[in-house]
Design a protein around this ligand. Structure first.
Ligand code: GDP
Ligand code: MG
Length: 725
């Protein structure tokens, strides 16, 4: 298929706005499915576990291909919950366009904002659908106003809804001046009634004005037609201009309908094809040999470049979803992963629809396909032609902030659990696992309580055995304040030979913030949280602590200009220091944000020993950490929170948050809801799902996102049951 006819789009929404229902309706409308899929009833209560159910649906329909009006639309379902941030980001990354679904009754809700921000960040061009217009007494135009007010979106009212006591009765297509009415069942296209025509002309010229403020070409068109007999902008010119401003992210066209009854969904599909970008309109960023580059327009004959953005279990196999940016992929192809520096071989290639696939002999640029055979790659990885290595740009995985210990109920369960765990870790780069703290146990690290809860559930499902799972625990780090020095000297006689090593060093805090903002070459700004990655199982028996610290907080080691230690000794010293930094002096948590400068040492030609220098370095570091000038503190993750709660429970929720030591940063009414946001430590939010449910009688939803790190006071340490030494 010509890349210009491909639309890779995602549907995003606040929970219960109708994302699943709209997607199901699209399948029916495009003839892929005969009947609407069943959406569970009784979901009107704001149940925090709703995202779990949501995710279930999400996984089945990870990606679906539907034909419409000469276009091929790949619908990519993004997970609904922020605990799956990485998956959302990975999916967003391969989208060209999106549909933002709103509940006509509720307008913009907390998560609508979150997904909108994400789409903006990723430069995803978007259309809005005001859904549930079939419900009585809805105010679809009020929902449009909330898009302007809350999202600061530049909306384009391209349709005009007519509502009565029973919901939507008619819809005007303002561009084409078409009118459609419903009285139950299928809508019919009817001539625009006389009574509406004045209003429609006013709205249409308002629309034309709004577009011409954003698009010079259309402005010129309008100026030209003003002198013509009709005096009206031409529909084709209008479509083209809406396409340009939407693709440029300047405006948000708004459409209306109902996923449940099907009203307006065919026009939505027309809008997707007409206004949202194709892969040819949105060129990806990558790098080759360290230099950033913008990929050329999709070309089937170019060297292959794909991004792996999602895995899906398919029986015993794992299906990897690839978005192809350039070139053509075929079964049997050998692909190169520049990150792992390993080859992968494609076994089968399929266009995916829900659980079934349609085998393909080849797929070209812009397409999204499912392949089997991928073994060592992770989501966010580039797979490319081995002869033309290229790295596509992707955001790094978020830091794990929480962990749970997991063990088999009985020894016989161990192999099944190990195998399934490996698969889950492989599929989700924000999930970490390592063995320990005790033999036979694993420690699982993730980005949120719900993340780990759901993954523990999936693990049981996948392995067929129920593991014992410990309580969620926050991942801690240790860091230092102040500068201090230390010295270590080792002199030993082994088999009559003297082994000598001596190191003196200085430690100080790394001059960097706890979170770091980096700009990718695409202009996208990403905030790197202090990342923590899990260590290899420690040999020192201390692996009950969290593990190594990832890039931006990793301990840094340098050799001072006056350091006289011979070169051959230096790599051993470095490795020893990094190993020692795996467990801090206070509670055994990994050291983070610390700079170690080896300033000198002794050397005795003929007696210098690598092992002795390594040992001396460890002694020196311990000496420095124990110095009076140094203060060691424990860091714990802080989170940004947002709670959306029914008015009558807002003060109780607020009081509870304050009791948890939260810093409230804002408060906003939203219809009958109240939105509260701010910062809180992850520790004090453990178990919040249950807590907030009981306080609000189920009338609250919330989200938590990693934000940074905070040093604990001695009192905090005690209340958290963290022991010294
Ligand atoms: P999601 O969480 O965004 O995927 O929302 P769902 O598609 O699961 O829908 C949530 C609830 O709203 C379900 O009970 C749906 O039946 C209902 N719903 C979704 N779309 C519509 C609609 O257009 N009209 C009406 N009346 N109900 C809808
Ligand atoms: Mg859903």
């Amino acid at each position: 298929m010509n890349p210009e006819q491909i639309r890779n789009i995602g549907i995003a929404a606040h929970i219960d706005a109708g994302k699943t229902t709209v997607a199901e309706r699209i399948l029916v409308e495009t003839g892929i499915e005969r009947h609407m899929g069943r959406v569970e009833d009784g979901t009107t209560v704001l149940d925090f576990l709703a995202p779990e159910r949501d995710r279930g649906i999400t996984i089945v329909s990870a990606c679906t291909h539907v034909p419409w009006g000469g276009c091929g639309i790949n619908l990519i379902d993004t997970p609904g919950h922020v605990d799956f941030t990485l998956e959302v980001q990975r999916c967003m990354h391969v989208l060209d366009g999106g549909v933002l679904v709103l509940d006509a009754g509720a307008g913009v809700q907390a998560q609508t904002e979150t997904v909108w921000r994400q789409m903006k960040r990723q430069g995803v061009a978007t259309l809005a659908l005001i859904n549930k217009c079939d419900l009585p007494e809805v105010d679809p135009l009020g929902a449009v106003a909330s898009l302007e007010e809350r999202l600061d979106a530049h909306t384009l009212l391209i349709q005009y809804p007519q509502t009565g006591p029973k919901g939507l009765t008619g819809l005007v297509d303002l561009v084409e001046r078409r009118y459609r009415t419903w009285s139950g069942g299928k809508g019919t296209l009817v001539p625009l009634p006389e009574s509406l025509s004045d209003e429609v002309e006013v709205l249409r010229s308002e629309l034309a004005d709004k577009i011409s403020n954003l698009d010079d070409e259309f402005l010129e068109h309008c100026l030209r037609v003003e002198e013509s007999p009709s005096g009206q902008a031409d529909p084709q010119a209008m479509h083209a201009a809406i396409r340009r401003v939407t693709r440029a992210g300047l405006a948000l066209p708004v459409m209306f309908g109902s996923g449940l009854s099907g009203m307006g969904i065919d026009w939505l599909l027309d809008g997707i094809c007409a206004y949202l970008p194709s892969p040819a309109d949105r060129l990806a960023w990558g790098s080759r040999a360290g230099g950033a580059l913008r990929l050329p327009a999709p070309d089937a004959d170019a060297p292959l470049s794909c991004m792996l953005f999602k895995f899906q279990d398919q029986g015993k196999e794992e299906l990897a979803f690839l978005r192809i940016y350039g070139g053509t992929i075929r079964p049997g192809d050998e692909l190169w992963n520049p990150r792992t520096q390993e080859h992968e071989r494609v076994l089968t290639l399929a266009r995916v629809h829900a659980e079934h696939g349609e085998e393909l002999a080849s797929a070209g640029p812009g397409q999204i396909v499912g392949v089997t055979g991928i073994k060592a790659s992770a989501t966010g990885d580039t797979l490319c032609d081995p002869a033309h290595p290229l790295q596509l740009e992707a955001e790094p995985p978020p830091a794990p902030v929480i962990q749970r210990i997991l063990e088999p109920q009985q020894d016989a369960d161990r192999p099944a659990l190990a195998q399934s765990l490996a698969r889950l870790v492989h599929q989700d780069s924000s999930l970490y696992a390592h063995e320990g703290p005790s033999p036979g146990q694993w420690t699982l690290g993730g980005v949120g309580e719900l993340h780990l809860e759901i993954l523990a559930g999936r693990l049981a499902q996948l392995s067929g055995v129920e593991p014992r799972v410990g309580k969620p625990r926050v991942t801690y780090l240790e860091t230092i304040e102040g500068v201090s020095t230390g010295t270590g000297k080792i002199e030993r006689t082994l088999a009559g030979e003297v082994k000598f090593g001596m190191v003196s060093l200085a430690i100080r805090p790394q001059p960097r913030a706890w979170s770091e903002t980096r700009t990718l070459s695409s202009g996208l700004e990403v905030t790197l949280q202090p990342e923590i990655s899990m260590p290899n199982p420690g040999q020192d028996g201390k692996s009950s602590s969290t593990g190594a610290v990832a890039p931006n907080l990793q301990p840094q080691i340098e050799f001072g200009p006056t350091c006289s230690i011979p070169d051959p000794m230096r790599s051993g010293i470095e490795a020893a220091l990094l190993g020692e930094a795996q467990s801090g002096p206070l509670c055994g948590f990994p050291l983070a944000g610390i700079m170690v400068t080896v300033v000198g040492g002794g050397t005795r030609p003929g007696q210098d020993s690598q092992a002795a220098f390594a040992q001396a370095a460890i002694v020196a570091l311990r000496d420095a950490l124990g110095g009076d000038e140094t203060q060691v503190s424990v860091l714990e993750p802080t989170m940004s929170f947002e709670v959306e709660v029914r008015e009558e429970f807002a003060s109780a929720v607020m009081a509870d948050l304050t009791g948890r030591g939260a810093q409230i940063e804002g408060f906003r009414p939203e219809g009958t809801l109240r939105v509260i946001w701010g910062m809180v430590t992850l520790y004090s939010m453990l178990g919040y799902a249950t807590g907030v449910r009981s306080i609000s009688q189920g009338n609250a939803t919330y989200s938590l996102r990693p934000r940074g790190q905070r040093a604990l006071t001695p009192g905090d340490l005690e209340s958290r049951g963290l022991s010294f030494g």
